[in-house]
Write a protein that binds this ligand. Structure first.
Ligand code: 5GP
Length: 253
């Protein structure tokens, strides 16, 4: 088989040219990084779990009419996605204070916010993904005002969907990050949710116990990251077949 052309390798994923023009194969690695890659490890099975979970969230979003890049899952670690022009912003939605917002504003982790708050960071590892305002985004031309209206609407729909889904399995969606890409249908440009949605890019806390079930487990050395992600996958009914309980053999008549 011909070797596929690698388009890009990031911290947690590799992108390859897809089989059809306008498609990309997204490969989920087991690598975990935090603090702008100052902390690194390989967590066996993380890529498989994130591939499944991202498929689950993106498919669910698609079914309620939120456009995403997801086309289909190809295997345990790969999914086929629609190629798009990634807007160079991390779009963060917060329901409760945590992480950098807690530090920046001196808010206790877990403080409920008066309403969901949308923030933007410039995607630039060298600069440590700095927080930017809509003024910066417009002035430097990273996105237009019209794009920003669409981005906020998309982000809030993702928030409502993900919050409800998580609430149903006893998990609080504290915050999350998405990326958005442009696609062109003829002369029309549309924005779609791209990259991934997984416990790598969300903060997820058990509603009863407050236990963290996301990448903070790795960032803060709180235990097994794969156990945390497996717990999320189990509660949502998303588990790779080989990792689920193996039932006894049954006789086929
Ligand atoms: P914070 O700004 O508090 O570090 O992150 C807010 C939310 O966005 C968290 O859920 C965090 O996981 C996510 N997030 C922020 N930056 C990144 C990033 O570079 N990669 C990923 N995967 N998630 C991020």
């Amino acid at each position: 088989m011909a070797r596929r052309k690698k388009i890009y390798e990031g911290k947690a994923k590799i992108l390859y040219e897809g089989p059809e023009p306008g498609t990309i194969v997204q490969y989920f690695k087991d690598d975990a990084t935090a603090f702008n890659a100052q902390k690194k490890d390989v967590i066996e099975g993380k890529g498989v779990l994130n591939n499944r979970l991202s498929e689950f969230f993106m498919t669910g979003l698609g079914s309620i009419g939120v456009p995403t890049h997801f086309l289909k899952r190809l295997n345990m670690r790969e999914q086929l996605v629609r190629a798009c022009e990634i807007i160079p912003l991390e779009i963060i939605v917060r329901n409760y204070a945590a992480g950098t917002m807690s530090k920046r504003l001196g808010l206790e982790e877990g403080t409920a916010l008066p309403r969901p708050i949308v923030e933007y960071c410039l995607k630039d590892d060298k600069l440590g993904d700095p927080l930017v305002s809509e003024e910066h985004i417009a002035a430097f031309g990273w996105a237009s005002q019209h794009d920003m209206d669409d981005i906020v609407a998309l982000a809030l729909r993702v928030n409502d969907f993900m919050s409800g889904l998580m609430y149903g399995v006893g998990i609080k969606l504290v915050d999350f990050k998405i990326e958005v890409g442009r696609v062109y249908d003829g002369d029309f440009q549309r924005l779609i949710v791209a990259d991934e949605i997984s416990p790598d890019s969300c903060r997820l806390w058990d509603i009863e116990t407050g236990q963290k079930l996301d990448k903070d487990v790795f960032r803060q050395d709180l235990g097994s990251l794969s156990d945390a992600y497996t717990e999320v996958a189990k509660r949502l009914g998303v588990m790779p077949k080989q990792a689920t309980h193996i039932s006894k053999p049954t006789l086929i008549n």
